[in-house]
Write a protein that binds this ligand. Structure first.
Ligand code: ADP
Length: 444
């Protein structure tokens, strides 16, 4: 609050009063001079000059006093602004200090390990979780360049999982360490860039997934054992049904044949499920692809189509296989597995396209890649299901109604097969209009 009666205010008002009086006096004296000149033209020039000098003196004094008054007021304002700025800086310093403390508390207590390097690849931060997970002491590493760390050090393994200067998009890889005890670590790499594209540094987030991986391994071992145990009796049942249906075990009534056919179909579905489960456990054990040899993709697709001719005709589906005029080069693939991937995509197109629908397979070559595209005009995939399509055991709501016997494993297996061939798989779909699945494989 400003004090109306402060000494500065009184001082200012006195000056203003004196300045004003000086001005008034100067005006009066000037008028007086004018009158004197008019009335007493005879007055001596000396007197006139004295009056002029005095008037100028008083006017100057008045101007000086006013200027001083203005200067005083301005310097007071500057002093006040200065004070306010100082207060602002103080409160900002306090806020920044508070935020920094908050941030460092979060980093210190973060359950995942965090390691940060600066733009010169010097280690700037290792939080306590990183020390615990990697069994290291941060004092041995802070300030050191990552290239100067011993190659035997666990930290070096963490850094060399990723190349330097990758993209700012986070990438995750797994690292298994053996000492002091076996651990599986999920390491996420984030390169940090300034909006002006300048590289600022790197952040590594280390998540200990040993327990999750152990449970996953147990589950997959259980599935593998169960599936192996089921496969043999199911095959025996299948061949017994087949013998009955072929009349090798005596003549059957039409009703008996009808029941046996249903049982045969159910048994086939069980075998397909067991096969899918065995494939999934092989994928998870990393033992899936075995026999790579040069193959013609057109021939593999032709084989898959031939095996589905009956069902395509039964559903009265208009089917097209579009291929380039010149034969495509052979590429090295695991023929059996790639046929399985193509079958899964085509079987889905057939399952999820109503009778009288349209399906086409198109194969082409571009920039060192072979592209295989399967298009249908079936039920399509709802927007909210799209992100889960390649997940293990995921089944769409409408898809499960249309085909209750699916396993939700087909696309998971297919994606793994394509990626194991260094390929990529994509899809586009609109609910109620149809879907297109395509994959690309490198020629060399
Ligand atoms: P499944 O077919 O046994 O359900 P998949 O893994 O092969 O399992 O497919 C997963 C899900 O993807 C399906 O349940 C379905 O919702 C969706 N899907 C796959 N292909 C198509 C397609 N051509 N048209 C519509 N939905 C599809």
């Amino acid at each position: 609050m400003k004090n109306k009666f402060s000494s500065e205010n009184l001082f200012g008002s006195t000056f203003r009063l004196v300045a004003l009086s000086a001005l008034v006096l100067a005006v009066i004296l000037s008028l007086n001079l004018f009158n004197q000149l008019k009335k007493e033209i005879t007055v001596s020039i000396l007197n006139v000059w004295a009056v002029i000098v005095l008037s100028i003196l008083f006017s100057s004094m008045g101007v000086i006093l006013i200027a001083k008054d203005i200067l005083l007021t301005q310097s007071k304002e500057i002093r006040e602004t200065n004070k306010e700025l100082k207060n602002l800086a103080k409160s900002l310093r306090k806020k920044v200090k508070g935020k920094t403390k908050e941030l460092s508390t979060i980093i210190e207590n973060f359950t995942d390990g965090l390691i940060m390097t600066d733009s010169y690849h010097r280690i700037r931060l290792i939080n306590p979780s990183a020390e615990r997970i990697l069994n290291i002491n941060k004092k041995d590493f802070i300030g050191k360049n990552i290239d100067s760390i011993s190659k035997e050090s666990i930290l070096s393994e963490v850094f060399y999982l990723f190349k330097k200067f990758t993209s700012p998009i986070p990438k995750t890889k797994y690292l298994t360490i053996k000492k002091p005890k076996e651990k599986v670590l999920e390491v996420t790499n984030i390169d940090i860039y300034h909006p002006s594209d300048k590289y600022i540094g790197n952040l590594k987030i280390i998540h200990d997934v040993t327990r999750e991986k152990f449970i996953e391994k147990l589950k997959s071992e259980f599935i593998s054992i169960a599936a192996h145990q089921l496969r043999t009796p199911l095959s025996t049942i299948k061949w017994t049904f087949r013998m009955f249906l072929d009349g090798e075990l005596g003549k059957l009534s039409p009703e008996q044949i009808k029941f046996l056919k249903n049982s045969y179909k159910a048994n086939e579905q069980m075998i397909a499920l067991v096969d899918d489960l065995l494939n999934v456990s092989k994928i998870e054990e990393g033992k899936f692809l075995a026999k790579f040899s040069p193959q013609s993709i057109e021939d593999l697709i032709e084989e898959v189509i031939q095996e589905r001719k009956v069902v395509l005709d039964k559903k009265n589906i208009t089917f097209k296989f579009i291929k380039p005029e010149d034969r495509l080069p052979k590429i090295k693939v695991d023929a059996e597995k790639l046929k399985l991937a193509i079958s899964n995509i085509l079987d889905n197109a057939i399952k999820y396209t109503p009778s009288n629908g349209k399906i086409s397979i198109c194969i082409s070559k571009k920039d060192g890649w072979i592209k295989v595209e399967v298009e249908d005009n079936g039920i399509g995939i709802p927007k909210k299901e799209k992100s889960r399509i390649f997940e293990k055991f995921f089944r769409g709501k409408k898809a499960a109604l249309k085909d209750p016997y699916g396993t939700g494993l087909g696309l998971f297996i297919t994606k793994n097969i394509i990626e194991a061939h260094r390929g990529k798989i994509y899809f586009e779909s609109k609910e109620g209009e149809g879907s297109t699945f395509w994959f690309e494989l490198p020629i060399s």
